[in-house]
Design a protein around this ligand. Structure first.
Ligand code: CP3
Length: 338
């Protein structure tokens, strides 16, 4: 929280995106007990347990609520399921369905019943966490959530959503607006329930041309930030527009986020420039953590040397992958903390 407030710490705080996940045997155990992935998210007892697992094992400086960005479309009536080996599956939304989708979700109350279970988990996690461990909440950015709603599954380049945006700009804008408004409500509820700060994941920011980046990434995230701050002026919000490249500068200047999550392709000299505007988080390539050894140590040292003079939260440049050895996470913490 200090670093998000603009302070520098000689040893940067560290957490890992997807730190509660399949690389941990205790996660796989709980996941089996829960049944489906969404049952894990919607059963507070299980969500609390898996959120705590990486904190107990590694003592990260921050924990992140165990949930998924797709609980928002799920709670908005576009039911989501997760298939082994395929990831999320949704019924693709057609342009003619957007009016109904918007009308049915004009108030937070439409989502409240389902997401109450996530908010219960937040309160439970805060009660179990050590006082000095930050609890992060999150949501998906409207663009990234919309890509899954439109394609109905993971794709390599989100061409279906890009095409939808060009063919049906009004319906697409209406979708982004309603996603932004309900996501802002959701973040406020998470902050009220006990999270210390929130992160907005825009994992697919990197596939848009500059005009679309402005319209579909910058503006909707600004809408979320403004809406949250209108109710909670001190809210700390980390923006993570993965793959945004040169557009990171505009995103930092225009969205109003407190801090920037950097993916591993961001050059460290450019990262230092961005760090003059806002605190930064990142940005080790997750495959260095899989490889371990010198590849890991060298990667960590480069990131810490480049960003160590300013406010920096150490993280990967994207989520940890299931093939990561637990011993390499231990190596990472030893290298950073000494
Ligand atoms: O960071 C954390 O530890 C918090 C939990 C978290 C998950 N997903 C758990 C999860 C968070 C913050 C997310 C965000 C999320 N979900 C994003 C944005 C961040 C990113 O990683 O890009 C996106 C795009 C999703 C959508 C999603 N959820 C996909 C595409 C998948 C399938 C991925 C895969 O590798 O199978 C998921 C499932 C998911 N969400 C898992 C976890 C731990 C794996 C589920 C399992 O146990 O089978």
């Amino acid at each position: 929280m200090d670093v998000l407030g603009g302070k520098r710490h000689a040893v940067p705080p560290v957490w890992i995106m997807r730190q509660a996940g399949r690389y941990l045997p205790e996660y796989r155990e709980t996941r089996k007990k829960a049944g489906s992935f969404l049952d894990l998210c919607y059963t507070p007892e299980f969500a609390i347990e898996v959120t705590m697992q990486p904190i107990r094992r590694f003592g990260f400086d921050a924990s992140i609520l165990f949930s998924d960005i797709l609980v928002i479309p799920d709670a908005m009536g576009r039911s989501v399921r997760f298939e082994e080996g395929r990831g999320p599956i949704l019924e693709p939304i057609a342009s003619e369905e957007v009016d109904g989708f918007v009308a049915g979700n004009s108030e937070w109350g439409a989502l409240a019943g389902r997401l109450k279970l996530v908010l219960e988990a937040v309160t439970g996690i805060r009660a179990e966490l050590p006082d000095e461990t930050t609890l992060l909440g999150f949501c998906g950015a409207p663009w990234t959530v919309a890509t899954y709603m439109i394609a109905g599954h993971s794709t390599s380049d989100q061409a279906p959503a890009r095409l939808f945006a060009h063919r049906h700009p009004e319906a697409f804008q209406a979708m982004l607006d309603i996603l932004a408004d309900r996501s802002a409500d959701y973040l406020v509820k998470q902050l009220e329930a006990g999270v210390d700060a929130v992160q907005v994941f825009d994992s697919w920011a990197g596939v848009l041309d500059p005009a679309c980046f402005k319209q579909y990434c910058v503006k909707p995230v600004k809408r979320i930030v403004d809406s949250v701050r209108a109710r909670m002026p001190d809210a700390r919000i980390i923006g993570f527009p993965k793959g945004a490249g040169m557009n990171y500068r505009e995103y930092a200047a225009r969205t109003g986020v407190t801090a920037l999550g950097l993916d591993w392709t961001v050059p460290l000299d450019f990262a230092r420039e961005l760090q003059k505007q806002v605190p930064v988080q990142g940005n080790l390539d997750p495959t260095r953590l899989v490889a371990g050894g010198a590849a890991l140590d060298e990667g960590i040292d480069k990131v810490c040397e480049a960003l160590g003079d300013g406010p920096h939260v150490f993280n990967l440049g994207h989520g940890i992958t299931p093939d990561t050895p637990v011993a390499h996470v231990e190596q990472l913490l030893r290298r950073i903390r000494g």
